[in-house]
Design a protein around this ligand. Structure first.
Ligand code: ATP
Ligand code: MG
Length: 451
């Protein structure tokens, strides 16, 4: 993309409504624009990152054997009346009536709808196990929408639902989700720690929230610092293997890590004092096994091998796709702007022309642009007639992890400058070597072409 032809409405001033850094930078970098409280338009740069995050989530869900689909944002109230949640949900649910006076709602989640699909089409254990998921906008009329996309009213969420014959099978689905979530967050350059969370009215041990540590997080968390040493990395996993998935769950949940809702001071005190941490975290996902709560309410039964009918065992599993943009920025920025991890960066590399209009500099930038595009990468070429300082400030703000700077002086010696946004370090290389280096960097990151 050439910046002169793109739409990147960067703001010079700090927007006064933004209380936290991610919100501030998303507004300043022209990624979002508020349409109403907690509701945003996603401008091109924000949309690009949103789609990259969504793609990672899709790829990791499908890798785990979960099946993508799409349910609508608007739902009929009938199913919610059947499950009893129409009255329970309260004011967070946006209720609408259509021209015929029928009760509708903007879905805050989809347990009812998916259970209805299941009961309409599946009746036998032979069709199990089954995990269906979608990534769709949700609406929750939050009492205090704030922090930009972190706590919106309209937000983008991946929600998946497993259907299994037995509790054991459903717990395997739970473990599969835990593994696939760990992989997803790591690909986004994030550490999200599974922490034992509150089971709400359903209770039990079978819910974990994934938290990104950040001072601006809304949850108070208590953990053994040893959990922060764990990484999933690029190990192979067989998602069909009960032992392997269970092993990962045990590895990642055996150390003390809890949100304030489930915090147990006595247990926490068993952690060696030097490793006890009290901090804040951003919830970027939650997994949940809830048994037969919805299948009983909605009559979703399956026939077992013995011919007997029983309610199907279910769980639901969510990732806050739009919140993740905020979480990533909270975890990765400096005083100049965002620092995107390679896995989600909107453009792979910036090209800054120090002297637009100089034949040699223009030609060198053009050929770098072509070379990077030819290998499937997406450069953002700042080809505007602007001062170098302004170009650098924009690149730093929007946070591309790599920048190639091209100027007449370097070109005389046959070099351009390659700069890491994260470390600030630069090296002089021939244009070919710079392209080669960018190619190598991204060879280790499965990152697709953006929108
Ligand atoms: P919270 O406690 O933050 O209100 P929740 O526990 O009610 O979230 P879930 O139902 O678990 O949310 O939804 C799954 C994920 O969706 C959450 O982990 C979070 O990342 C994201 N999410 C929930 N509410 C919002 C919101 N208002 N804005 C943006 N993302 C949200
Ligand atoms: Mg939650």
């Amino acid at each position: 993309m050439r910046l002169s032809r793109y739409f990147l409405p960067v703001l010079k001033e700090n927007p006064s409504e933004a209380q936290i850094v991610s919100h501030r930078y998303m507004l300043r970098a022209g990624m979002i624009k508020q349409s109403a409280a907690g509701i945003y338009s996603w401008l091109p740069l924000g949309f690009k990152v949103l789609k990259k995050i969504e793609t990672i989530v899709h790829e990791e869900q499908m890798r785990a054997g979960h099946i993508p689909m799409l349910m609508p944002t608007l739902q009929s109230a009938d199913l919610w009346k059947e499950s009893g949640r129409y009255d329970d949900y309260g004011q967070e649910m946006l209720r609408i009536s259509d021209r015929h006076g029928r009760d509708m709602l903007y879905g805050p989640t989809n347990e009812e709808l998916i259970t209805d699909i299941f009961r309409s089409h599946v009746g036998s254990y032979k069709d199990l196990p089954l995990t269906l998921y979608h990534i769709q906008w949700k609406f929750r009329d939050e009492i205090r929408p704030r922090f930009g996309v972190m706590r919106g009213r309209e937000f983008y969420m991946k929600d998946g639902y497993n259907f299994d014959l037995t509790k054991e099978d459903a717990l395997h689905a739970y473990n599969r989700h835990l593994v696939s979530y760990l992989r997803s967050y790591e690909r986004m350059g994030l550490q999200a720690i599974p922490m034992r969370a509150d089971g709400g009215p359903i209770g039990g041990d079978y819910t974990h929230e994934f938290l990104v540590l950040a001072d601006t997080g809304e949850s108070e968390v208590f953990y053994d610092s040893a959990v922060t040493d764990l990484t999933f990395g690029d190990r192979e996993i067989d998602y069909d293997s009960v032992e392997q998935c269970q092993g990962v769950l045990e590895e990642f949940t055996s150390k003390y890590a809890r949100t304030d809702e489930t915090h147990d001071e006595a247990l926490f005190n068993e952690v060696p004092e030097a490793r006890r941490r009290v901090a804040r975290g951003i919830e970027v996902g939650q997994i949940f096994y809830f048994g037969t709560k919805y299948s009983e309410a909605l009559g979703a039964n399956v026939q077992g091998p013995d011919g007997k009918q029983s309610p199907v065992h279910m769980g639901s599993h969510g990732i806050g796709v739009s919140r993740l943009l905020g979480a990533i920025i909270e975890a990765s920025h400096d005083d100049k702007g965002i620092i995107w991890p390679e896995g989600v960066t909107p453009f792979h590399c910036g090209i800054v022309n120090l002297k637009q209009g100089d034949d040699e500099a223009d030609a060198a930038c053009e050929s770098l642009y072509q070379a990077l595009t030819a290998v499937g990468l997406e450069p953002l070429y700042d080809d505007r007639k602007e001062r170098a300082g302004g170009k650098f400030a924009t690149m730093d703000l929007i946070g591309l992890p790599w920048r190639i700077t091209v100027g007449p002086r370097g070109l005389k010696n046959g070099v351009v400058e390659l700069t890491s946004r994260r470390s600030g370090e630069s090296e002089e290389l021939s244009p070919e070597a710079a392209v080669q280096k960018i190619v190598e960097i991204y060879a280790n990151h499965q990152t697709g072409r953006g929108f």
